[in-house]
Design a protein around this ligand. Structure first.
Ligand code: ARG
Length: 451
């Protein structure tokens, strides 16, 4: 009888439990697994040994076969069987079926522990860059909304209470900037993902002259994780950083969604969502509900839950590989799916949102001008605290003012008249350029290994 790869007859219930969702989730890793194996086999063929593990021409054959597997998977013809357990053993099975003994050599000096860590990191890099692109696209939609509506006065709020004159432009670009700043969190996760654990094998290296920097170069990683034990422990840590970064992105998006829900309530009426973006009620014929935005809030909560799960999973884990780590894969894939869908849907909703400028102006009450009144007294020479008390003691004297004039009166950096759209545009452009550069480098490395 043909041996399975690990030749271990595991009880079917135990097998199903330990395999978990790998046969489904690992389908996302197929190309990255093939890329990692191509780099490993290339490096094996270059090792200076009296008797090579694989020759250069054998390595070329393996790479060709791996490229074929990638093609099959793109055509939907790749499958992970339950007794494969995961993508790694499915690929090895296919290589062995196609290449015989040569297929059996590809795992020399490697463990699934460093193999999966590489796959996940390559996949994470690709996904982070895509998410960053979608994040920039959402920020750009907000900037465009702000620019199109312009300095229409909006009641600025603190504690949700009317506070000071603001503008729709300031609101929109303020959210855009918060979103763009999340690139820092995603970039931190990217930097951690951009390290190569390959060659650490099960976490302790092997008695073979592996050239670890060679696979780093072939796979396009920024550097090798030097210590093999450290490289095995970095699995899970890097996923956790990403899940936490995504939870933070989601928290920022949730605040935007909350503002949009509030400001499109009939009682505010500042913004209007297109009817086709709202959902109705089965009983109340008049309803057009912002369910889409409510679900952004709930997804942010789920995302925070995933971050908690990732951190909890890590804190009690002993050094070295533990199977708990398999579940980290689920967490980052789920967190990434949530964040990316939310970014795309919000960009669409923002692009369709309109502003009712009259409703925005109507919302101004005399109190919103109180600080401006006190500052006009300061301009006449009254000390600030005296002016403050004068206004506070006679709030009944405050009157309606022209909100447009109030908006026009503030011109320092970042206030109603001091919003520089060029700053946003340039930041978006620079981010997109850096994303494209890295996407191209990753695609080029993959293509070079799998041709
Ligand atoms: N599917 C496994 C994971 O994601 C692959 C590694 C299995 N390694 C092991 N020592 N059992 O972690």
């Amino acid at each position: 009888m043909k041996k399975t790869i690990t030749d271990n007859k595991v009880d079917p219930d135990i097998l199903a439990f330990t395999v978990g969702q790998d046969p489904v989730l690992d389908m996302r890793l197929v190309e990255w697994d093939c890329m990692g194996t191509a780099a490993h086999v290339t490096m094996l063929s270059e090792m200076k040994l009296k008797k090579p593990v694989v020759t250069k021409s054998e390595a070329a054959k393996v790479r060709k076969e791996l490229a074929k597997i990638v093609r099959l998977s793109r055509e939907g013809k790749f499958e992970i069987r339950v007794d494969d357990q995961d993508v790694h053993m499915a690929v090895e099975r296919m290589l062995t079926d196609a290449l015989g003994d040569l297929g059996k050599k590809i795992h020399t000096g490697r463990s699934r522990n460093d193999q999966v860590a590489v796959d996940v990191r390559l996949h994470m890099k690709d996904e982070i860059l895509r998410a960053e692109g979608e994040l920039v696209a959402l920020a750009a939609e907000l900037r465009k909304f702000g620019l199109a509506v312009g300095a229409v006065p909006l009641v600025g709020r603190t504690h949700l209470q009317p506070a000071m004159p603001s503008s729709v432009e300031m609101w929109a670009t303020g959210h855009a900037e918060m979103i763009m700043d999340q690139l820092h969190n995603l970039e931190a996760a990217y930097s951690l993902a951009d390290l190569n654990p390959l060659g650490s094998a099960a976490g302790y290296g092997v008695p073979l002259p592996l050239d670890r920097s060679r696979t780093t170069e072939l796979l396009g990683f920024a550097r090798t994780i030097h210590n093999c034990f450290g490289a095995s422990m970095a699995r899970g840590e890097c996923e956790a950083s990403l899940v936490c970064a995504l939870a933070q992105v989601m928290a920022v998006l949730s605040r935007l969604a909350e503002d949009m829900i509030l400001f499109s309530m009939p009682e505010f009426g500042y913004f209007k969502l297109p009817r086709e973006y709202c959902t109705g009620s089965s009983i109340m014929p008049q309803k057009f509900n912002p369910d889409v935005l409510e679900l952004v809030r709930s997804k942010a909560a789920q995302s925070a839950g995933l971050a908690t799960a990732a951190l909890s999973m890590m804190h009690a884990m002993p050094g070295g590989y533990n199977r708990d780590l398999q579940d980290c894969k689920l967490l980052y894939i789920e967190a990434m799916d949530i964040a990316r869908t939310t970014l795309r849907i919000l960009a669409k909703v923002v692009a369709g949102m309109t502003c009712d400028a009259d409703a925005c102006r109507r919302a101004f009450s005399p109190g919103v001008f109180a600080t401006d009144v006190a500052l006009r007294m300061v301009a006449q020479g009254t000390p600030w605290r005296d002016a403050y008390h004068e206004v506070r003691d006679h709030l009944e004297r405050l009157v309606d003012e022209d909100p447009d004039r109030a908006v026009a009166a503030k011109s320092h950096e970042g206030t109603t008249m001091g919003i520089d759209h060029e700053v946003y545009r340039k930041r978006e452009e620079a981010a997109l350029e850096s994303i494209a550069k890295r996407m191209n480098a990753l695609a080029a490395a993959k293509k070079a290994l799998l041709k």
